[in-house]
Design a protein around this ligand. Structure first.
Ligand code: B3K
Ligand code: ZN
Length: 855
């Protein structure tokens, strides 16, 4: 397979002035007619190449005269005039047999060899390079055009981008006035029902909003998504001054989808798990995630659609910025500290893991084989961290000005990271050359710090070092904003938060006029995505947990304490540390703290996090020992807090009807945490009672999870299935929790049995991820010493790859940490990776991923 390089970028030689598409829908023989007006560009090389994949070319014409283009690898070439011309083509495609869920496909997927069911809908996914599976086209984001789409078929609802123009018997016509790249194209057709809404924009324009679902129970699960959409629209007007720009905004829920959702212009397509919600079937976490994803896709209308990317190397231009914006939105809607802490937990779990393994790559990669493999935590989440650092460095006012300038200067453009940084340079007069290294150098910087105190002056000495990553042995220093505050020994803040700007490999910062040696609170609000290394002890950590005024660092102190205790339990056979148990109990009892914060502070670091930390400290982690240590510490905390648990459990009861709001959700979260501890001492009595009484999915699932945790819950699992067997999103949870929570020694067998369940359709990405993805997240089970876990996952990846390369490739990342483990486990994993790689006809997607993981 061919490697594409950023440095090879060249513009396309033609302008695509307008695109007219006609779809004649038929499950296995859809005809797509295209009519495109191309203008040769000044200085272009005249080479006319159109991408195309899995297309049957029926006919082609240039200016009305039939032509026979040359079919080449990945597309076609034709001789074209030096003047503007009209290209026409007719192709045939087969949506009903498209299991890759890229291009035009049908959902639910038809059983093999059968026709799609009567409820099946047509649906598209084009980002990144799926449009070339629909028709021949210059399928690259810098080719933007105005699309008119005519859909012919018998579906009651037929949608595309933009505004509706005409609707008649058996056809619908849509026109999108905004120039857009092909990856934002979308078409949906089927028997769908709308949950309608409307929004009046800041300039008084009415926008018709719809969430489209299949007829039936889903119709009652749209209200929350609709409200979240309206709140997103208001927020983007108020905070970024961005107004919506079409007469309609449509969202469609689809069951078969490779990711969360897609921001197609005016026609967002959502994985049904990321838009449908009801109190009975969705957890608080589901509600929060749905709200965030709806906001994210909506925000893309300006950061992604109105201003798009020049090429796919610039992906973080739209994704990092849009993740940053949706995080700001969630912080405003809910609790800012809780959102920040949750995001950092996720960043460390996914991005630090990626950045410290064989798949490490810069936020702006320099080469790829398959771009779908680069929709990563690094591009998205680290990309968002870079925006946050930039905002910290230039300040809020300059950030706002720079964004205004960005929208003004680049509206309608396919832009680059250089364009993005330039608006900040122009607004602030700052040189951002060093900052740009964050986009180019991979790896998580280690920031170590030592201190001294003399004559009232307190000095922090920082040193930064970024380990080598694939293809990048040496790194130049980054500019790192380090937010610092100082506390005196009584716990009062003596120096409020100040941002230190570190630019050198080693650098010191002093604070004078201090009566006594302070306790530093460093990297407040997690002001940079680095690993902070500082010799500290558990007394100081407990002190910060009790006194730090920065909520993030307050939580961080508790987490560092727990991690230190767990690591010593694993590596030195230490027993649960009293300092930790006392500190945790104090947090639990502190009614002055937000319940959601208390829940976060009581959650132990994940097993994977501990494995990563041990490995970083030069210790080979044993997943089973880590699991045991974590269980032991939880058990000790349960006993230590035994007298307090019933009181807190009762105090966190939420009265009245279910509301997904942060305040109620926080109480339920803490109550669930307490229930977990209680279950370790009451044999599951309270959890069983909660299960029976639960009136919402949050509490029902929390209770079931507590029972599974203590290896009980067999009857509840059966009842759960009976109750929910007709709701596929709830049944995903049923599959997921069994695979995730199975005791390590039985996890592979339990998961294997789940894959034989009649409801396991491995071609549905949600079900596949719920089962195999959850299993791989069951660290001790997945890493069972006999290798059964590795084999099970590899078997299923090999089976899924020919049908759905994208989801297969994504899930190979379960193996990305293999070099952390002992020689036996490494050999077992390497064996499975090689078995996957040697599979005949392995997709380009999976080949690239497995090769990179093997290194
Ligand atoms: N832009 C899409 C992701 C497309 C993934 C293609 N493999 C969703 C999002 O980030 O909003
Ligand atoms: Zn996005």
């Amino acid at each position: 397979p061919q490697t594409i390089h950023l440095k090879d970028y060249t513009p396309f030689g033609f302008e695509a002035e307008s695109v007219e598409l006609t779809f004649r829908l038929a499950p296995t023989a859809t005809r797509v007619l295209s009519k495109i007006r191309f203008l040769p560009k000044e200085g272009g090389d005249g080479r006319f190449f159109l991408h195309g994949e899995d297309l049957t070319l029926i006919s082609a014409r240039i200016d009305g005269a039939p032509v026979t283009p040359r079919l080449v690898e990945g597309g076609l070439e034709a001789q074209v005039p030096a003047e503007p011309f009209i290209w026409e083509a007719e192709v045939e495609i087969s949506p009903a047999t498209n299991t890759a869920l890229e291009g035009l496909y049908m959902s639910p997927l038809a059983r093999e060899g059968e026709a799609p069911g009567p409820g099946a809908m047509y649906c598209t996914q084009c980002e990144a390079e799926g449009f070339r599976k629909i028709t021949f086209y210059p399928d690259r984001p810098d080719v933007m055009s105005v699309f008119t789409v005519r859909i012919e078929g018998d579906a009651p609802v037929m949608l595309s981008n933009g505004n509706p123009v005409e609707r008649g018997d058996g056809f619908a016509v849509w026109h999108d006035p905004w120039r857009k790249p092909a990856y934002l194209f979308a078409l949906v057709a089927g028997d769908l029902r709308a949950h309608p809404g409307s929004f009046t924009t800041m300039s008084g324009k009415e926008v018709a909003l719809n969430i489209w679902v299949r007829p039936g129970p889903d119709e009652d699960k749209c209200a929350f998504g609709m409200e979240a959409l309206k709140r997103s629209m208001t927020w983007d007007e108020e905070v970024y001054g961005r107004e919506y720009d079409l007469d309609v905004f449509n969202i469609v829920a689809v069951d078969d989808f490779n990711m969360g959702a897609m921001e197609n212009k005016g026609l967002n397509v959502f994985n049904s798990s990321c838009v449908l919600a009801s109190p009975e079937t969705s957890t608080d976490m589901n509600f929060e995630r749905i709200e965030a994803i709806i906001a994210h896709e909506y925000f893309h209308n300006w950061t992604g659609n109105r201003i798009t990317c020049r090429d796919w190397f610039q992906l973080c231009l739209k994704e990092g910025l849009t993740v940053f914006r949706d995080a700001q939105f969630t912080a405003d809607m809910r609790s800012a500290p809780v959102k920040r802490i949750s995001d950092v937990i996720a960043l460390r779990a996914r991005q630090f893991r990626e950045d410290n393994g064989p798949l490490a790559h810069p936020v702006r990669p320099e080469s790829f084989v398959e771009i779908n493999n680069f929709y990563t935590a690094t591009v998205y989440e680290k990309g968002a961290e870079l925006i946050g650092m930039l905002k910290t460095l230039v300040g809020d006012a300059a950030y706002a000005k720079a964004l205004d300038l960005y929208f003004e200067r680049h509206d309608g453009d396919a832009a680059t990271i250089e364009d993005w940084l330039k608006v900040f340079e122009d607004v602030t007069g700052r040189d951002l050359a060093q900052f740009k290294r964050w986009y180019a150098q991979a790896g998580t910087p280690r920031l170590s710090v030592t201190e001294d105190f003399k004559d009232g002056t307190y000095t922090l000495h920082f040193k930064q070092e970024t380990p080598p990553t694939p293809g990048q042995p040496h790194k130049a220093p980054f500019v790192i904003p380090i937010a610092v505050g100082l506390l005196n020994p009584n716990g009062d803040e003596v120096v409020p938060t100040r941002v230190l700007e570190m630019t050198q490999a080693e650098q010191s910062f002093s604070f004078d006029g201090l009566p006594s040696k302070p306790v530093p609170s460093i990297l407040r609000d997690f002001s940079a995505p680095v690993i902070l290394e500082r010799a500290s002890d558990n007394t100081e950590r407990a002190f910060l947990l009790a006194h730090d005024t920065d909520p993030f660092n307050k939580w961080e102190a508790g987490r560092a304490l727990a991690k230190d205790v767990l690591c010593r339990m694993v590596s030195e056979g230490a027993t649960p540390d009293g300092a930790y148990l006392d500190a945790a109990l104090a947090v639990l009892r502190d009614d002055g703290l937000d319940p959601a914060f208390r829940a976060l502070a009581l959650r132990l670091p994940s097993e994977d996090d501990i494995a990563q930390t041990l490995f970083g400290a030069g210790i080979t982690p044993d997943p089973v020992e880590i699991h045991t240590a974590r269980e032991t510490l939880s058990q000790a905390l349960a006993q230590h807090a035994a007298d307090t648990l019933p009181r807190i459990y009762a105090a966190m009861t939420v009265e009245g009807p279910y509301r997904p709001e942060a305040e109620d959700a926080g109480k339920r979260d803490l109550q669930g945490t307490v229930l977990g501890l209680l279950s370790r001492i009451d044999g599951g009595a309270q959890a069983a009672a909660q299960y029976d009484a639960a009136g919402n999915m949050t509490q029902q699932l929390a209770a079931l999870s507590c029972l599974l945790m203590i290896d009980k819950g067999e009857p509840e699992l059966a009842r759960f299935y009976e109750q929910w067997k007709d709701d596929r999103l709830v049944i995903d949870k049923w599959f997921g929790m069994q695979a995730l929570q199975a005791p390590p020694a039985r996890a592979a067998a339990v998961t294997d049995a789940l894959t034989r369940h009649p409801d396991f359709d491995f071609r549905n990405p949600n079900r596949f991820r719920a089962t195999l993805g959850s299993f791989a997240a069951n660290a001790a089970g997945f890493h069972a010493a006999d290798g059964a876990g590795y084999r099970l996952l590899a078997d299923w990846l090999i089976r899924l790859d020919p049908l759905n390369p994208q989801t297969t490739a994504r899930m190979t990342t379960s193996f990305e940490t293999w070099k952390r483990y002992d020689a036996d486990r490494q050999a077992l994993i390497e064996g499975e990776l090689r078995r996957i790689l040697n599979t005949d006809g392995l997709s380009r997607d999976t080949t690239e991923m497995v090769s990179r993981i093997l290194g």
